[in-house]
Write a protein that binds this ligand. Structure first.
Ligand code: ADP
Length: 302
């Protein structure tokens, strides 16, 4: 049954943090919830866990409405910034969390999660003395200790060094076989590395959702022309050129233009420059990567 997010809107005071967001996640999938800072990722994750109510809409986890039921046993949650009790020992903390969930074979279960999260050598240390990567393992261990069906991981690799990032990604991938996982990130490579599905959110709106391979396929359908003019160009005029799908102003007078991959817009673009007395300082055509399409989808157009 997985997770069903139906028409979720969240308004904080004057601010609409989420605007009618809907998508489904099948059981056993790892979904990357991708978007720039402030897009609404943490807000949606808190709503999925039942921590905060939506203004409108419903979330069902394994068919259960999270706003109307106690879903703590079903869901494991690693909040952003991983709040931990830094003065506690690793094992002591995990036993404490196991008690909160009323876990019966506490010692055995704590040993199991210590092993599955690779904390064997650190389990007798004080949490405050651990490296950031190991603190993150403790955060994941507390999230899985009650063997939840669904795991919600908010920015699980932020602030880690490159080796720690790889280790935590491997750990998450290993957990994914019998759990439904949603992880949020603003890092494109993260979703490519570990997720089967990608949901992209921008300014509270879902702008893309699908299998990672499908989204990669879609991005393969277009290409990008990057052009640098000597002065300001007219975006609306460029948009009129046959084959142009979107135009983004990058910086100064650099424009990134996404185009249909079967149409080479460069001659027409050059003609446009000549007609408007614009100097072309550079122009190159390249295939889009998932990263490019993320930027195109989340570019804050007026
Ligand atoms: P993300 O996790 O993608 O960075 P958030 O969900 O944290 O985004 O925030 C989405 C928007 O909602 C932001 O503009 C943020 O400032 C706003 N926001 C988040 N939490 C609150 C809150 N408790 N009160 C008011 N505004 C909030």
């Amino acid at each position: 049954m997985g997770i069903s997010i139906e028409h979720i809107t969240k308004i904080y005071g004057e601010q609409k943090a989420l605007n009618n967001v809907s998508f489904n996640v099948e059981t056993g999938k790892i979904v990357g919830f991708l978007g720039p800072n402030g897009a609404g990722k943490s807000t949606l994750m808190k709503i999925i866990t039942g921590l905060i109510p939506p203004t409108n809409g419903n979330v069902y986890v394994e068919g259960i409405n999270v706003a109307e039921n106690d879903v703590r046993q079903l869901i494991g949650y690693l909040p952003e910034n991983n709040p931990l009790y830094l003065d506690m020992y690793v094992r002591e903390y995990l036993q404490f969390v196991a008690d909160i969930y009323g876990i019966k074979n506490k010692k055995q279960r704590v040993d199991e999660v210590i092993e599955s999260t690779g904390l064997q050598l650190e389990c007798s240390k004080i949490i405050g003395a651990l490296s950031k990567g190991y603190k993150q393992r403790v955060g994941i261990a507390q999230a899985i200790i009650h063997n939840p069906k669904v795991l919600i991981l908010d920015e699980p690799t932020t602030g880690l060094d490159p080796n720690q990032i790889i280790e935590i990604r491997e750990l998450i991938k290993g957990l994914g076989t019998d759990k439904t996982i949603i992880l949020s990130t603003h890092i494109m490579q993260e979703v490519q590395a570990i997720c089967n599905q990608i949901a992209i959110i921008n300014r509270g709106q879902l702008v893309a959702n699908g299998a990672t391979t499908d989204i990669q396929q879609t991005t393969a359908e277009c290409q990008i022309v990057e052009v640098e003019f000597g002065s300001e160009a007219n975006i609306d005029a460029i948009q009129q050129i046959n084959g142009v799908m979107a135009v983004n102003k990058m910086n100064n007078f650099v424009y990134q233009i996404s185009t249909n991959k079967d149409i080479d817009i460069r001659p027409e673009l050059f003609n446009y420059a000549v007609r408007n007395n614009l100097t072309v300082l550079a122009m190159q055509q390249k295939q889009t990567s998932l990263e490019d399409s993320f930027h195109l989808l989340t570019n804050n157009k007026a």
